[in-house]
Design a binder for this molecule. Structure first.
Ligand SMILES: Cc1cc2nc3c(=O)[nH]c(=O)nc-3n(C[C@H](O)[C@H](O)[C@H](O)COP(=O)(O)O)c2cc1C
Length: 377
């Protein structure tokens, strides 16, 4: 880890650590990956106004996200199956690193480790799910989140139908993997990952195991995705969950207003990292419209393309309260388990701190458009 300076370096380390199909699972996105690239590129296009001689000797990165104190304006974004990146226990490793760094960890419903396992290891975490065909299952998630003292539920709205993951097709990948000479080579060339996986926790959807009428296989869990969900379902969810609710996947002004009308405490501007709707607008370009539409009725988070502390500060300058870190933490997890995620978070924290200082701020909460060089957004 000593020679790793940026999240891009962690991505390279992840590439070296993972069999190609597994790396492509976290690194790739839907169809032509236009949105995956746009999310990153549009962050990079923004520039800061550099300010000097402002006495920035004492600085604070601390803030709150939906009322929860955070040491910097970031949380771990939910990612399905990320346990596979580190011995089947990846979610616990990532959650430990998040806790040590003083930021929230969001466990995805499609994780390997169950909510109860992660909570037992690190204490209460945020929990993400989608509204599924089996509303009884959704209700049971809410009850389990209540029992696990999860302070925040994140409702994902962007995955009601699945975008084709082109790299998975090109890699001839299926879950579980079919063993062809090429896949055997791909996996055999990463013996450490293979050994850790074979000796680690059984890879399965542990949040679903034993809770469905049918085995919790990928096709059966995937068949639960419900394209008929509407804002009325959000009203129903709001009625059974009294805690904080974040609606993830709001990129449109009208959706932002509807989410607020349904009682969301926050929205996350998210296109699911480009994993489903390709050619969706980048999240940083959608952020200002959502902030305007929310109009202070709730908080606005953003995920998609956040790869540095500079990106975090740019998002705050455009009105976000905090960022959710998806691939940025996955690369760290794949490269070094808990240590790798800790590295990712310390890189982002240091970059954020330097950027805060040299844009003339002493408190990250004071970020506004004033720190940005005039641009299109
Ligand atoms: C491998 C992978 C799995 C994901 N699984 C989920 C999931 O189960 N639920 C969810 O809400 N978002 C999921 N996401 C989306 C992330 O939460 C987040 O929106 C996205 O990664 C942000 O884009 P970025 O990683 O390019 O920053 C996943 C993303 C990746 C890369």
């Amino acid at each position: 880890m000593d020679r790793i300076a940026t999240i891009a370096d962690l991505r390279e380390a992840a590439r070296r650590a993972l069999p190609r199909p597994v790396f492509d699972f976290i690194d790739g996105a839907a169809f032509d990956e236009v949105t995956l690239r746009a999310n990153r590129d549009d962050f990079r296009r923004l520039r800061f106004r550099q300010r000097v001689l402002q006495d920035v000797s004492s600085r604070s990165l601390a803030t709150t996200m939906v009322g929860q104190p955070v040491s910097m304006p970031a949380a771990i974004s939910p990612t399905g199956l990320s346990g596979v990146l580190w011995g089947g226990n990846g979610e616990i490793h990532a959650a430990r690193a998040a806790k040590a760094a003083g930021i929230p960890f969001t466990l995805g419903m499609m994780s390997v480790c169950s909510l109860e396992e992660v909570t037992a290891a690190v204490g209460p975490v945020w929990f993400q799910f989608s509204i599924l065909k089996d509303r009884g299952l959704v209700r049971s998630f809410v009850e389990r989140a209540t029992d696990a003292k999860s302070p925040v539920l994140v409702l994902t709205t962007t995955w009601t139908v699945s975008g084709l993951q082109s790299r998975m097709v090109r890699n001839g990948m299926s879950l579980p993997p079919k063993m062809t000479p090429r896949t055997i080579y791909d996996f055999a060339s990463r013996p450490r990952w293979v050994l850790r996986t074979l000796t680690g926790k059984k890879v399965a959807f542990h949040n679903f195991e034993g809770r469905m009428q049918v085995p919790a296989t990928l096709p059966n869990v995937g068949a639960q995705l419900d394209a008929s969900v509407t804002w009325k379902d959000l009203d129903w969810l709001r009625g059974i969950w009294p805690g904080k609710l974040v609606v993830k996947g709001v990129c449109d002004r009208e959706d932002a207003r509807l989410a607020m009308d349904s009682g969301a405490d926050a929205v996350s501007v998210s296109n699911h990292g480009g994993n489903h709707l390709d050619s969706a607008a980048s999240t940083i370009s959608a952020l200002p419209g959502v902030v305007e539409a929310v109009d202070g009725r709730g908080e606005v988070f953003i995920d998609g393309g956040v790869r540095s502390g500079q990106d975090v500060l740019k998002a705050l300058a455009l009105g976000a309260r905090g960022c959710l870190l998806g691939r940025a933490h996955l690369y760290g997890l794949a490269a070094g388990g808990e240590t790798g995620v800790a590295k990712a978070l310390s890189i982002i924290r240091n970059e954020l701190d330097v950027s805060v200082a040299l844009t003339g701020l002493t408190d990250v909460r004071d970020a506004s458009r004033q720190i940005l060089w005039p641009s299109d957004f």
